[in-house]
Design a protein around this ligand. Structure first.
Ligand code: SF4
Length: 357
């Protein structure tokens, strides 16, 4: 593939052909408008001009965490530790459902006090009382539960699925290379463990997303390795619904000593576009308004994104970095998307459309 042959990338993507590692790496040398053009063309052919979003709540049930990742501003440092009670969680779910939420994300720290029965109880109670999709617990939490329960990942997933867990958010992926993980999150699940949880979930018929957090100590090669790992797992299982890249927010984290600033929007858009071009077997790529703000999120719709993510009625993890956080109202997302000339619709977790605006 020559440097001038941009259309080859579109053709390869649409034919579901893998790029070689060097082809993918060379994308970083392309000017941003060129990456925009290629990724936008692929997005248009694959997804059309409709932008989707979900109404959801993100409940962070505890900030007690044994992992203490160096990029995280959320875990308890001392007397700020908390665990939400089941009643508090149910109250939040009720509030979200009254605001139109269809998706409930329950995620938190790795807290050895919370055993699998606690999650089974919370999940089954929510499912009994509310008609929502439980899109909860990232791979590090599942992996940790298997460890403290001294059982298999499969067993943990089966039990939680029986209690009502529908699907998993693909969080805690950060960068899926052990070189990077050993620097930024040495106590957390490694690359193969993360992939193993996802593969097990897919085998049980549970769908998941995949995320990537970049803008810290990773190289371009690490990013391509990450994309290839999830592309190859998707080829095997077909269980991923979407890919969500987002940027590291350094304030109030231990890593701040080494990385003082979040990467600029141009880097975000570059990586987003490259993700769209490389991940030929993913239909949905989400914009991250939470880390980028609405203006860049709107721009991202021209760099491969076709989905605006969730309204995030509550969110504490990014907010812990001090980043100003106001949940998005449905009309904020609708207006933002319409202002750039795209159609917009509310979806469910499984990307089925609920209503058009
Ligand atoms: S990112 Fe998650 S696992 Fe890591 S310290 Fe924060 S809460 Fe714990």
């Amino acid at each position: 593939m020559s440097m001038g042959c941009y259309d080859d990338f579109t053709t390869k993507n649409l034919n579901n052909e893998d790029l070689s590692f060097n082809e993918a790496l060379r994308l970083f040398e392309y000017p941003l408008p060129v990456l925009g053009r290629i990724s936008d063309e692929i997005r248009k052919i694959k997804c059309g001009d409709l932008v989707t979003f979900v109404v959801d709540i993100n409940i962070n049930y505890t900030n007690v965490c044994t992992s203490k990742c160096r990029f995280c501003a959320f875990y308890a440092k001392g007397n700020d530790a908390y665990v939400l009670s089941k009643e508090e969680i149910l109250k939040k779910v009720k509030m979200a459902v009254e605001m139109g939420a269809t998706q409930v994300m329950i995620q938190g720290g790795l807290n050895p006090e919370l055993r699998i029965e606690w999650f089974e109880d919370v999940f089954s109670t929510i499912k009994k009382q509310f008609d929502v999709q439980l899109h909860s617990l990232s791979p590090p939490e599942i992996y940790f539960l298997a460890k403290i329960e001294n059982t298999s990942i499969k067993e943990v997933l089966e039990r939680l699925k029986n209690a009502g867990l529908d699907s998993l958010p693909g969080g805690g992926a950060e960068i899926l290379t052990d070189r990077v993980r050993s620097i930024i999150s040495p106590n957390k699940v490694n690359t193969s463990g993360w992939l193993k949880v996802i593969e097990n979930a897919h085998k049980l018929g549970m769908r998941t997303t995949a995320t990537m957090m970049f803008g810290h100590v990773e190289s371009d090669r690490d990013i391509i390795e990450h994309l290839f790992k999830i592309r190859d797992l998707q080829a095997k299982t077909g269980g991923f619904t979407a890919f969500i890249p987002w940027t590291f927010q350094p304030e109030r984290t231990e890593l701040f000593k080494e990385v003082k600033k979040a990467v600029p929007p141009t880097r975000y858009l570059q990586v987003l576009a490259i993700s769209r071009i490389v991940l030929h077997n993913f239909r949905n790529i989400q914009a991250s308004w939470l880390t980028q703000g609405f203006d860049v999120a709107k721009l991202s719709l021209f760099f491969g994104a076709n989905d605006f993510g969730g309204t995030m009625i509550e969110e504490n993890v990014v907010r812990a970095t001090g980043k100003q956080f106001v949940p998005a109202r449905v009309e904020d997302i609708v207006n933002a998307v319409k202002s750039v000339g795209r159609g917009v619709a509310q979806r469910r977790t499984d990307y089925k459309i609920i209503r058009y605006f």
